[in-house]
Ligand binder design. Structure first.
Ligand SMILES: O=C(O)CCC(=O)C(=O)O
Length: 332
Protein backbone atom coordinates (compact mmCIF):
# COMPACT_ATOMS: atom_id res chain seq x y z
CA UNK A 1 0.00 0.00 0.00
CA UNK A 2 1.42 3.36 -0.95
CA UNK A 3 2.12 6.07 1.58
CA UNK A 4 -0.20 8.29 -0.43
CA UNK A 5 -3.14 5.91 0.17
CA UNK A 6 -2.36 5.56 3.85
CA UNK A 7 -2.28 9.31 4.20
CA UNK A 8 -5.96 9.36 3.24
CA UNK A 9 -6.78 8.06 6.69
CA UNK A 10 -3.68 8.64 8.78
CA UNK A 11 -2.04 11.79 7.54
CA UNK A 12 1.13 11.73 9.60
CA UNK A 13 2.75 8.71 8.04
CA UNK A 14 5.52 10.68 6.45
CA UNK A 15 7.19 10.62 9.84
CA UNK A 16 9.29 7.81 11.23
CA UNK A 17 6.78 5.43 12.87
CA UNK A 18 8.96 3.22 14.93
CA UNK A 19 12.26 2.90 16.72
CA UNK A 20 14.52 0.12 15.38
CA UNK A 21 13.67 -3.43 16.48
CA UNK A 22 15.89 -4.82 19.21
CA UNK A 23 16.04 -8.59 18.61
CA UNK A 24 16.94 -9.72 22.13
CA UNK A 25 13.45 -8.95 23.49
CA UNK A 26 11.27 -12.08 23.68
CA UNK A 27 7.62 -12.70 24.47
CA UNK A 28 8.66 -14.29 27.80
CA UNK A 29 9.05 -10.73 29.04
CA UNK A 30 5.23 -10.47 29.06
CA UNK A 31 5.64 -11.41 32.71
CA UNK A 32 2.32 -13.10 33.59
CA UNK A 33 2.15 -15.08 36.88
CA UNK A 34 5.38 -16.96 37.50
CA UNK A 35 5.33 -20.71 36.92
CA UNK A 36 6.56 -21.67 40.40
CA UNK A 37 3.54 -19.90 41.88
CA UNK A 38 5.69 -17.47 43.85
CA UNK A 39 3.71 -14.47 42.64
CA UNK A 40 -0.05 -14.23 43.00
CA UNK A 41 -0.29 -11.17 40.80
CA UNK A 42 -1.92 -11.47 37.42
CA UNK A 43 -2.80 -7.94 36.37
CA UNK A 44 0.28 -6.01 37.54
CA UNK A 45 4.02 -6.47 37.18
CA UNK A 46 6.80 -6.06 39.74
CA UNK A 47 7.59 -2.35 39.70
CA UNK A 48 8.38 -0.05 42.64
CA UNK A 49 6.10 2.69 41.23
CA UNK A 50 3.00 1.05 42.77
CA UNK A 51 2.67 0.66 46.51
CA UNK A 52 1.55 -2.77 47.69
CA UNK A 53 -1.84 -1.26 48.49
CA UNK A 54 -2.22 0.25 45.01
CA UNK A 55 -1.17 -3.01 43.40
CA UNK A 56 -3.60 -5.02 45.49
CA UNK A 57 -6.37 -2.53 44.66
CA UNK A 58 -5.84 -2.87 40.89
CA UNK A 59 -5.60 -6.66 41.14
CA UNK A 60 -8.89 -6.74 43.02
CA UNK A 61 -10.83 -4.02 41.19
CA UNK A 62 -9.26 -3.59 37.73
CA UNK A 63 -8.73 0.16 38.02
CA UNK A 64 -6.63 2.65 39.97
CA UNK A 65 -7.00 6.44 40.22
CA UNK A 66 -3.78 8.47 40.60
CA UNK A 67 -4.65 11.99 41.79
CA UNK A 68 -3.16 15.07 40.13
CA UNK A 69 -0.81 13.14 37.83
CA UNK A 70 -0.99 15.37 34.78
CA UNK A 71 0.08 19.06 34.92
CA UNK A 72 -2.77 21.55 34.43
CA UNK A 73 -0.83 23.77 32.02
CA UNK A 74 -0.46 20.82 29.64
CA UNK A 75 -4.19 20.07 29.88
CA UNK A 76 -4.97 23.69 29.02
CA UNK A 77 -2.67 23.44 25.99
CA UNK A 78 -4.47 20.28 24.78
CA UNK A 79 -7.85 21.98 25.26
CA UNK A 80 -6.70 24.92 23.09
CA UNK A 81 -5.43 22.54 20.43
CA UNK A 82 -8.73 20.64 20.45
CA UNK A 83 -10.68 23.88 20.03
CA UNK A 84 -8.40 25.03 17.19
CA UNK A 85 -8.99 21.72 15.41
CA UNK A 86 -12.76 21.54 15.84
CA UNK A 87 -13.33 25.21 15.00
CA UNK A 88 -11.29 24.73 11.80
CA UNK A 89 -8.49 27.11 12.77
CA UNK A 90 -5.90 24.35 12.33
CA UNK A 91 -5.62 21.30 10.05
CA UNK A 92 -6.58 17.92 11.52
CA UNK A 93 -4.23 15.99 9.20
CA UNK A 94 -4.80 12.28 9.79
CA UNK A 95 -6.78 12.68 13.01
CA UNK A 96 -10.43 11.63 13.05
CA UNK A 97 -13.24 13.94 14.23
CA UNK A 98 -16.38 12.14 15.45
CA UNK A 99 -19.69 13.99 15.37
CA UNK A 100 -22.28 13.86 18.11
CA UNK A 101 -25.49 12.09 17.07
CA UNK A 102 -27.76 14.59 18.83
CA UNK A 103 -26.86 17.24 16.22
CA UNK A 104 -27.25 15.14 13.08
CA UNK A 105 -28.22 17.52 10.29
CA UNK A 106 -28.29 20.63 12.51
CA UNK A 107 -26.54 23.66 10.99
CA UNK A 108 -24.99 26.76 12.51
CA UNK A 109 -23.55 25.35 15.74
CA UNK A 110 -19.98 25.62 17.00
CA UNK A 111 -17.35 22.98 16.27
CA UNK A 112 -17.11 22.29 19.98
CA UNK A 113 -20.82 21.42 20.02
CA UNK A 114 -20.59 19.19 16.96
CA UNK A 115 -17.41 17.19 17.63
CA UNK A 116 -17.59 14.81 20.57
CA UNK A 117 -14.25 13.15 19.99
CA UNK A 118 -10.92 13.54 18.21
CA UNK A 119 -8.90 10.39 17.91
CA UNK A 120 -5.69 8.99 16.46
CA UNK A 121 -3.39 11.83 17.45
CA UNK A 122 -0.28 9.78 18.23
CA UNK A 123 1.63 11.91 15.71
CA UNK A 124 0.16 15.28 16.66
CA UNK A 125 2.93 17.32 18.30
CA UNK A 126 0.66 18.81 20.95
CA UNK A 127 -2.02 16.22 21.76
CA UNK A 128 0.47 13.32 21.73
CA UNK A 129 2.23 14.89 24.70
CA UNK A 130 -0.36 13.10 26.83
CA UNK A 131 0.46 9.60 25.61
CA UNK A 132 4.19 10.27 25.94
CA UNK A 133 4.15 11.91 29.34
CA UNK A 134 6.83 10.27 31.55
CA UNK A 135 4.61 10.56 34.64
CA UNK A 136 1.92 8.53 32.85
CA UNK A 137 4.30 6.02 31.26
CA UNK A 138 5.93 5.30 34.62
CA UNK A 139 2.56 3.94 35.79
CA UNK A 140 1.75 2.28 32.46
CA UNK A 141 4.94 0.20 32.86
CA UNK A 142 3.43 -1.45 35.94
CA UNK A 143 0.81 -3.05 33.68
CA UNK A 144 2.57 -3.46 30.32
CA UNK A 145 6.23 -3.80 31.18
CA UNK A 146 9.02 -1.66 29.70
CA UNK A 147 8.16 -1.83 25.99
CA UNK A 148 5.11 0.32 25.46
CA UNK A 149 2.99 1.00 22.40
CA UNK A 150 0.42 3.80 22.44
CA UNK A 151 -2.41 2.06 20.55
CA UNK A 152 -5.46 4.29 20.78
CA UNK A 153 -5.58 8.01 21.55
CA UNK A 154 -8.78 9.98 22.14
CA UNK A 155 -9.84 13.39 23.39
CA UNK A 156 -13.47 12.96 24.43
CA UNK A 157 -15.67 16.06 24.56
CA UNK A 158 -18.98 15.16 26.18
CA UNK A 159 -21.49 17.87 25.22
CA UNK A 160 -24.33 19.17 27.39
CA UNK A 161 -27.11 16.63 26.88
CA UNK A 162 -30.02 18.20 24.94
CA UNK A 163 -32.50 15.95 26.75
CA UNK A 164 -31.99 12.97 24.45
CA UNK A 165 -29.63 11.11 26.83
CA UNK A 166 -27.32 10.55 23.86
CA UNK A 167 -24.35 11.94 25.80
CA UNK A 168 -24.20 8.64 27.71
CA UNK A 169 -21.57 6.05 26.88
CA UNK A 170 -23.01 2.54 27.31
CA UNK A 171 -21.42 -0.09 29.52
CA UNK A 172 -18.66 -1.77 27.54
CA UNK A 173 -15.25 -3.43 27.63
CA UNK A 174 -12.51 -1.79 25.60
CA UNK A 175 -11.03 -5.15 24.58
CA UNK A 176 -14.00 -5.48 22.21
CA UNK A 177 -12.23 -2.95 19.96
CA UNK A 178 -8.74 -4.49 20.09
CA UNK A 179 -7.34 -7.33 17.95
CA UNK A 180 -4.29 -7.87 20.15
CA UNK A 181 -3.57 -9.89 23.27
CA UNK A 182 -2.91 -10.72 26.06
CA UNK A 183 -5.50 -8.48 27.69
CA UNK A 184 -3.58 -8.28 30.96
CA UNK A 185 -0.75 -6.40 29.25
CA UNK A 186 -3.10 -3.68 27.96
CA UNK A 187 -4.13 -0.65 30.03
CA UNK A 188 -6.02 2.59 29.51
CA UNK A 189 -4.90 5.90 31.04
CA UNK A 190 -7.88 8.30 31.14
CA UNK A 191 -7.18 11.82 32.41
CA UNK A 192 -9.89 14.24 33.53
CA UNK A 193 -9.38 17.63 31.82
CA UNK A 194 -11.64 19.28 34.40
CA UNK A 195 -13.61 18.20 37.44
CA UNK A 196 -15.80 15.24 36.47
CA UNK A 197 -18.71 14.03 38.58
CA UNK A 198 -22.23 12.65 38.33
CA UNK A 199 -23.47 16.01 37.06
CA UNK A 200 -21.31 16.19 33.93
CA UNK A 201 -21.05 12.45 33.18
CA UNK A 202 -18.05 10.95 34.91
CA UNK A 203 -16.88 7.42 34.23
CA UNK A 204 -18.63 4.57 36.00
CA UNK A 205 -17.04 1.15 36.48
CA UNK A 206 -18.01 -2.31 37.69
CA UNK A 207 -15.17 -3.15 40.09
CA UNK A 208 -13.76 -6.67 39.70
CA UNK A 209 -15.34 -7.21 36.27
CA UNK A 210 -11.84 -7.34 34.71
CA UNK A 211 -11.69 -10.92 36.05
CA UNK A 212 -14.51 -11.89 33.69
CA UNK A 213 -14.51 -12.58 29.97
CA UNK A 214 -15.01 -10.44 26.88
CA UNK A 215 -18.75 -10.28 26.32
CA UNK A 216 -20.62 -9.76 23.02
CA UNK A 217 -21.20 -6.06 22.22
CA UNK A 218 -23.81 -4.40 20.04
CA UNK A 219 -25.47 -1.01 19.65
CA UNK A 220 -27.85 -0.36 22.56
CA UNK A 221 -31.49 0.17 21.63
CA UNK A 222 -31.76 3.71 22.95
CA UNK A 223 -34.82 5.75 22.05
CA UNK A 224 -32.87 8.64 20.54
CA UNK A 225 -30.07 6.63 19.01
CA UNK A 226 -26.45 6.19 20.02
CA UNK A 227 -23.15 7.62 18.84
CA UNK A 228 -21.19 5.82 16.15
CA UNK A 229 -18.98 3.00 17.47
CA UNK A 230 -20.51 3.21 20.95
CA UNK A 231 -21.16 -0.52 21.23
CA UNK A 232 -22.34 -1.79 24.59
CA UNK A 233 -23.00 -4.95 26.60
CA UNK A 234 -26.69 -5.56 27.28
CA UNK A 235 -28.12 -6.20 30.72
CA UNK A 236 -26.16 -3.76 32.88
CA UNK A 237 -28.47 -0.75 32.89
CA UNK A 238 -29.80 -1.44 36.37
CA UNK A 239 -26.74 -2.85 38.15
CA UNK A 240 -25.07 -0.66 40.82
CA UNK A 241 -21.93 1.00 39.46
CA UNK A 242 -18.99 2.79 41.07
CA UNK A 243 -18.85 6.42 39.94
CA UNK A 244 -15.37 7.88 39.50
CA UNK A 245 -15.55 11.53 40.54
CA UNK A 246 -12.20 13.02 39.61
CA UNK A 247 -10.42 16.38 39.67
CA UNK A 248 -8.60 17.99 36.74
CA UNK A 249 -5.33 16.10 36.14
CA UNK A 250 -6.40 12.93 37.98
CA UNK A 251 -5.78 9.84 35.89
CA UNK A 252 -7.46 6.46 36.11
CA UNK A 253 -5.65 3.39 34.81
CA UNK A 254 -7.95 0.51 33.95
CA UNK A 255 -7.94 -3.00 32.50
CA UNK A 256 -9.49 -3.57 29.03
CA UNK A 257 -11.98 -6.15 30.33
CA UNK A 258 -13.27 -3.83 33.07
CA UNK A 259 -16.92 -3.02 32.37
CA UNK A 260 -17.32 0.76 32.29
CA UNK A 261 -19.16 3.63 30.64
CA UNK A 262 -20.14 7.20 31.42
CA UNK A 263 -23.31 9.07 32.31
CA UNK A 264 -25.31 11.94 30.85
CA UNK A 265 -23.83 15.42 30.95
CA UNK A 266 -26.61 17.25 32.80
CA UNK A 267 -24.71 20.56 32.90
CA UNK A 268 -24.51 23.33 30.31
CA UNK A 269 -20.71 22.87 29.99
CA UNK A 270 -18.58 20.47 27.97
CA UNK A 271 -16.87 17.65 29.85
CA UNK A 272 -13.46 16.80 28.40
CA UNK A 273 -11.08 13.92 29.02
CA UNK A 274 -7.99 12.68 27.21
CA UNK A 275 -7.03 9.03 27.06
CA UNK A 276 -4.64 6.51 25.63
CA UNK A 277 -4.76 2.75 25.52
CA UNK A 278 -1.33 1.22 25.82
CA UNK A 279 -0.17 -2.31 25.12
CA UNK A 280 3.06 -4.17 25.75
CA UNK A 281 4.91 -4.27 22.48
CA UNK A 282 5.26 -8.02 23.12
CA UNK A 283 1.49 -8.44 22.57
CA UNK A 284 0.44 -10.11 19.35
CA UNK A 285 -2.32 -9.48 16.85
CA UNK A 286 -5.11 -12.05 16.72
CA UNK A 287 -7.62 -12.93 14.05
CA UNK A 288 -11.08 -11.86 15.24
CA UNK A 289 -12.99 -13.60 12.44
CA UNK A 290 -15.63 -15.91 13.91
CA UNK A 291 -15.51 -14.17 17.32
CA UNK A 292 -17.80 -11.62 18.99
CA UNK A 293 -15.44 -8.89 17.71
CA UNK A 294 -16.32 -9.55 14.07
CA UNK A 295 -19.03 -6.84 14.13
CA UNK A 296 -16.63 -4.06 15.15
CA UNK A 297 -13.94 -5.30 12.74
CA UNK A 298 -16.42 -5.11 9.83
CA UNK A 299 -17.56 -1.63 10.86
CA UNK A 300 -13.98 -0.33 11.03
CA UNK A 301 -13.06 -1.93 7.69
CA UNK A 302 -16.20 -0.42 6.12
CA UNK A 303 -15.15 3.07 7.25
CA UNK A 304 -11.72 2.53 5.66
CA UNK A 305 -13.45 1.44 2.43
CA UNK A 306 -15.63 4.55 2.42
CA UNK A 307 -12.44 6.59 2.66
CA UNK A 308 -11.19 4.90 -0.50
CA UNK A 309 -9.05 2.12 0.93
CA UNK A 310 -10.37 -1.33 0.00
CA UNK A 311 -7.80 -3.69 1.36
CA UNK A 312 -7.13 -2.39 4.85
CA UNK A 313 -8.07 -4.97 7.45
CA UNK A 314 -8.78 -4.49 11.15
CA UNK A 315 -5.25 -5.38 12.27
CA UNK A 316 -3.68 -3.04 9.73
CA UNK A 317 -5.84 -0.18 10.97
CA UNK A 318 -4.48 -0.77 14.46
CA UNK A 319 -0.91 -1.01 13.21
CA UNK A 320 -1.34 2.39 11.57
CA UNK A 321 -2.78 4.18 14.57
CA UNK A 322 -0.11 2.95 17.01
CA UNK A 323 3.26 4.34 18.05
CA UNK A 324 6.13 3.10 20.20
CA UNK A 325 6.39 5.44 23.19
CA UNK A 326 8.90 3.70 25.45
CA UNK A 327 11.40 0.82 25.16
CA UNK A 328 11.68 -1.36 22.10
CA UNK A 329 9.37 -2.52 19.34
CA UNK A 330 8.80 -6.27 19.53
CA UNK A 331 5.61 -7.57 17.92
CA UNK A 332 2.89 -4.96 17.59
O1 LIG B 1 -15.00 9.50 28.39
C1 LIG B 1 -16.06 8.88 28.38
O2 LIG B 1 -17.12 9.43 28.57
C2 LIG B 1 -16.08 7.39 28.15
C3 LIG B 1 -14.91 6.94 27.42
C4 LIG B 1 -14.88 5.46 27.23
O3 LIG B 1 -15.33 4.70 28.03
C5 LIG B 1 -14.28 4.93 26.03
O4 LIG B 1 -14.06 5.69 25.08
O5 LIG B 1 -14.04 3.70 25.99
Amino acid sequence: MSEQRLRVIYGHLGQQRRAPVLPQITSSSLGVVSKDGSSSFQFTLDNPRLTQAQRAFYEQNGFLVIPNLVPHDKIDRWRERFLDLVEGRQETGGMTKMKDISLKGVQGVSGERVVNKIQDFVWDDILSEHCQLPQVLDYVECFTGPNIMAMHTMLINKPPDPGTRTSRHPMHQDLHYFPFRPADRIVCAWTAMEKVNTENGCLFVLPGSHKGVLEPHEYPEWENGVNKMYHGVRGYDDVPKTLLSMEKGDTVFFHPILLHGSGDNKTQHFRKAISCHYAASECEYIDVRGTSQENIAKEVEEIARRRGIDDLDFKEVWRLRSRLVRGAEVNL
